[in-house]
Every structure is written in C-alpha cells, then in structure tokens.
Design a protein around this ligand. Structure first.
Ligand code: ZN
Length: 197
C-alpha cells in the first residue's frame, strides 16, 4: 500500500484506508495533497489572514482545504495570531515547539514520566507523539530513551527489558504504524495523576 507524506486531515491516515466514519474516504489522495500544498505554498510567501489565504490559494477553496488548514493549526505547523494572521512555522521552530509537549495529556507524561501500571500506554504515546510531530525514528528513539532516564521512569522499574534502548526498540512498530497518541496518553495520565496524587 502506498504511504503519503500528508495525513488525512480528519482521521490522520497516511494510506488510502481511512477510519470508518471519515468524511474524506474515497477522496483521491492527489486532492488531499493538493489542499495542503495550496495552503503551504501561499504561507511560504509570508503570513496572511484566512481570507487572503483562500483568495490566493492556487486551487478552488473546498472543504478539504478547510480541514487541511485546521489540521495544520492543530498540529502546530501553522500559528494563528489573535488578529487572525496565519503563519507557517519554520521547520526548526516547529520541531522546537512541539517536541516539548505543552498541552495535556502529553505535558504530564513529558514532565512527570511514567509510573508502574501505565508504562505500555505512556511509552506508546511518547513514540506516537514524536512520530506525529515529524521526528525521524532515530530522533524519536533518542528522545524517548532520554525521557525514560531523566524523568526517573526507568528507575521506578516494572520493565522486562534490560535497557531503555531495548524497550524503545521493541516499540518501533508504533512509530511505523503512525498510531494516534491521544487515547493512550489520556489513559496513562490518569494513572500518573493517581500515583502522584
Ligand atoms: Zn480520513
């Protein structure tokens, strides 16, 4: 199955297999990609408001554009000022900003680390998060290993593997499948909050 660079704006699939209720099921992938490219190509020329963006987008502005713009905003690729001005983050800004999660539930996982009883969910969520923000597998592995050490997660125990590297390497399938992080992160946060509370 071919994989695509841009995720479906609604269900985040990067193949032609969408979630069951996805509104873009059956939309040719070239249309999905074009919507993203239309938006990015305008904003590459400089920040502008949404009205200007719609007007200057090379293609006709359709619901897929609307969805793609929302996705880019939610994923932190595009920032929106109070004035409504949209700005494309540089690759470097994006990586710096999102590789340190500032919103819940990821913030709790990131800052407090995991605790026995939710390791599987927490490690899964961390890997899926880094995949989502666009880190390579080796960057992801490095970050998650560092996180396991620096948050004290590894020292709290409860792992079958001999080293953090071995643990993360065993979860590579999570990165490759591009799973969502939200559900696992939410479940892990509940356990972490109880542990510290
Ligand atoms: Zn979809």
């Amino acid at each position: 199955m071919p994989y695509f660079d841009y995720p479906c704006p609604t269900c985040r699939s990067t193949t032609s297999l969408h979630d069951a209720d996805c509104q873009f099921e059956g939309v040719p992938w070239v249309d999905v990609e074009r919507a993203y490219v239309d938006i990015v190509s305008v904003l590459t020329g400089g920040p502008c408001d949404e009205e200007t963006l719609r007007r200057e987008a090379p293609g006709e502005w359709e619901s897929i554009h609307h969805a793609a713009l929302s996705r880019l905003k939610r994923d932190g690729r595009i920032s929106e000022a109070k004035s409504g001005v949209l700005r494309l983050l540089t690759a470097e800004e994006f990586r710096e900003e999102v590789s340190e999660p500032t919103r819940e539930p990821m913030r709790t996982l990131y800052t407090k680390g995991s605790v026995p009883g939710c390791h599987d969910n927490a490690v899964f969520a961390m890997i899926a998060w880094y995949e989502m923000v666009g880190l390579s597998w080796s960057e992801t592995r490095e970050n998650v290993v560092q996180w396991l050490r620096e948050t004290g997660t590894w020292d709290r125990g409860g792992f079958e593997e001999a080293t953090p590297q071995e643990l993360v390497e065993k979860k590579r399938h999570v990165y490759e499948a591009g799973y969502g992080w939200k559900e696992k992160a939410t479940a892990a946060k509940r356990v972490i909050d109880r542990y510290h509370g």
